[in-house]
Design a protein. Structure first.
Length: 218
């Protein structure tokens, strides 16, 4: 079962990237790094599965902020050169807390992984996320999940696979800039071993795909 394997700085970038208001404030350099670190520390620790020192988060935020200085240069560079894009619609997101998960849940996940090989699995500390086909079959398999672990339907995903040696963080920042510039909101952005997965509302996915595809064709 594949997990994200992300580092703490990448987790910080993911959290900031998913929050449009925070992302825009950072880009405009109108945000207090320490205050932001305090705000996102619970999410960082939940994702990493353990305590993370506040100063470590502040450093990660500052490094991300510093990277915005090269954003204009990045837009002119073929960041997505040789990348591969795959668009899949009809997707649902499933997320739940693994603290109370027992042997039955582990068995169910193994069965799901074998049957739905095209699904995306992400383990974050004590939580788990799956992007899977939105179907009655998938819903039936997870109908025993606690009520607080809700489904999120009406989604699509764009997988961005990049060659070895490319910085996933740079690719995520570049993709975020392209989508934000074109007024396309992301529902989520997640690192994978070979790139990232962008989750969007289904209606926005075709235009997002075309905008990103155009960057590969440059």
């Amino acid at each position: 079962m594949r997990t994200s394997g992300v580092s703490m700085p990448e987790v910080v970038r993911e959290i900031i990237t998913r929050n449009r208001s925070i992302y825009d404030c950072m880009k405009m350099d109108v945000i207090n790094f320490t205050a932001l670190a305090v705000k996102i520390q619970p999410d960082v620790e939940k994702t990493m599965g353990g305590p993370v020192h506040l100063n470590t988060i502040v450093v990660a935020i500052k490094r991300y902020a510093d990277s915005f200085e090269t954003t204009n240069e990045m837009i002119d560079e073929p960041v997505l050169k040789d990348a591969r894009l795959t668009l899949t619609d009809g997707i649902m997101g499933i997320q739940w807390n693994m603290v109370d998960a027992g042997d039955e849940m582990t068995k169910m996940l193994n069965e799901f992984h074998k049957e739905f090989t095209d699904s995306e699995f992400f383990r974050f500390g004590d939580s788990f996320r799956i992007l899977a086909e939105d179907s009655d079959k998938v819903r039936r398999m997870f109908q025993s999940l606690p009520k607080e672990n809700q489904y999120n339907s009406g989604l699509a995903k764009i997988k961005v696979a990049v060659p070895a040696g490319h910085s996933r963080s740079d690719v995520m920042q570049f993709v975020t800039e392209i989508l934000h510039y074109n007024g396309i909101e992301m529902a989520d952005a997640l690192f994978t071993p070979d790139g990232l997965v962008i989750v969007l509302q289904e209606a926005d996915a075709p235009r997002a795909y075309e905008k990103l595809r155009a960057q590969i064709s440059r």
